[in-house]
Design a protein around this ligand. Structure first.
Ligand code: S3P
Length: 453
């Protein structure tokens, strides 16, 4: 669980050149899915490189509560002894998903077509986030949901005893919603069809195919049409989790804005549904190269090399790229503050319903540190004045949001005065080694006694 402890203020002071190799942890999205699909397979799935962040550990605990045997073998190696599709037991405790929207939404989907009930809760951030986007399609399968007003957690899902397959067009660009419907479709007879108008991360589709499910994806006038045949027997897998491009974003962006830096971030997945940030940074003029490009476990992978880039310019980020970089806008806005000119980010309404309202959280903190930001409901823009131009010196609220906290810590590495966040604790949800990793590269991170917010 996260966000229940005492706030841990964290400060980042301007530092010298960052250099070295940044071995970032395993991909969060793929880690959740490995545990959940491992739990739905028959037999033992072996996972290496699992992200051992709090979000994923909460999912591991949840899978145990549903009857799977999940064992940490040490050194990032885990095994999951699955109970098979439709084999989930009814948990005898409330399932606490901590800070994780991905965890709770995918697990709700996975259990919604079994004749069991489960009650879900989370931290203060998760319990504010909308769940109707998942429970609406789950109702089509025959599942019922009773939660707080506005479709918020805590919430009980009563799984469908006689599920029917569904055909569902996802109304918002969300891989979590798409995945919840596909996971529910696993235990429904016949074919479940999910249609998405904008392509979102496709790890669930890839992994379902890997576990032996019959799943096809076709591009049509309606969008991407994904068809899953229900009630397969999933075969256990050996999974090597690639390193997380969303975590790589932090050392990469820090290197681009701190004078003299040269950082190598090896083995990063460049699945096109995830790599939008890196394309955007290159469009801005970043000195970011892909070295040693290869394919690993069916995913394109490269070593990223990022060097200080004094001549970056603001750009209009193509809105059609939004889904492929949705978690990276906070740190992009920091880079934009050190580029020259306006960076315009449109089509990003979803940022308002993440772990925090990320447009509001970043805009408030950027302004407090001397950066000009404008915003509307589904867009925002940041005006930058080049390297060395950002004053800093302020304390920002992280709103129980790991990516907000890390973005401001990256910013403080290149501002004139240190930048503080009121709570760096949430960083442990996705990037538990952020502080030692960034410190080894040369960052100056510390823990002031009192947040002066
Ligand atoms: C995720 C999907 C995205 C992303 C989240 C992880 C996933 O959320 O923001 O961090 O693993 O499916 P949405 O589905 O809400 O866009």
């Amino acid at each position: 669980m996260s966000g229940h402890g005492t706030p841990k203020p964290m400060r980042s002071a301007p530092c010298g050149a960052l250099s070295g190799v940044a071995d970032v942890p395993g991909d969060k999205s793929i880690s959740h899915r490995s545990l959940i699909l491992g739990a739905m397979a028959v037999g033992e799935t072996r996972i290496s490189g699992l992200l051992e962040g709090e979000d994923v550990l909460d999912t591991a605990r949840a899978m145990r509560a549903f009857g799977a045997e999940v064992t940490n073998r040490g050194g990032g190696e885990w095994t999951v002894h699955g109970v098979g599709v439709g084999g989930f037991a009814e948990p005898d405790q409330v399932i606490d998903c901590g800070n994780s929207g991905t965890g709770v939404r995918l697990i709700m989907g996975a259990m919604a077509t079994s004749p069991i009930s489960a009650t879900f809760t989370g931290d203060f951030s998760l319990n504010k986030r909308p769940m109707a986007r998942v429970t609406d399609p789950l109702a089509l399968f025959g599942a019922q949901a009773v939660g707080r007003s506005g479709g918020r957690l805590p919430m009980t899902i009563v799984g469908a005893a006689d599920p029917v397959p569904v055909r569902y067009t996802v109304p918002v660009p969300s891989a979590q919603v798409k995945s919840a419907v596909l996971l529910a479709g696993l235990n429904a007879p016949g074919q479940t069809v999910v249609i998405e108008q904008e392509a979102t991360r496709d790890h669930t589709e890839r992994m379902l195919a890997g576990f032996g499910a019959e799943i096809t994806t076709e591009d049509s006038d309606e969008g991407r049409v994904i068809t899953l045949t229900g009630q397969p027997e999933l075969a256990p897998q050996v999974i090597s989790v690639p390193r997380d491009p969303s975590s790589a974003a932090f050392p990469v962006c820090a290197a681009l804005i701190v004078p003299g830096s040269d950082v190598l971030v090896p083995g990063i997945g460049l699945n096109p549904t995830r790599a939008g940030l890196f394309a955007t940074l290159r469009d801005m003029g970043a000195d970011l190269t892909y070295e040693n490009q290869r394919t690993e476990g069916g995913e394109p992978v490269a070593d990223l090399r990022a060097r200080f880039s004094p001549d970056m310019r603001g750009i209009d980020v193509p809105p059609e790229r939004a889904a492929s970089m949705i978690d990276e806008y906070p740190v992009l806005s920091v880079v934009a503050a050190f580029a020259s000119g306006v960076t315009m980010m449109r089509g990003v309404r979803e940022l308002r319903v993440k772990e925090s309202d990320r447009i509001d959280a970043m805009a408030t903190g950027l302004r407090a540190n001397g950066v000009a930001v404008e915003e509307g409901e589904d867009w925002w823009s940041v005006t930058g004045h080049g390297p060395g131009s950002v004053t800093g010196g302020a304390t920002c609220a992280s709103h129980l949001d790991h990516r907000i906290a890390m973005s401001f810590m990256v910013m403080g590495m290149a501002t004139q005065h240190p930048v503080t966040v009121d709570d760096g604790g949430p960083i442990a949800t996705s990037f538990p080694i952020f502080e030692p990793l960034m410190t080894r590269l040369g960052a100056q991170l510390s823990h002031p006694e009192q947040p002066d917010i």
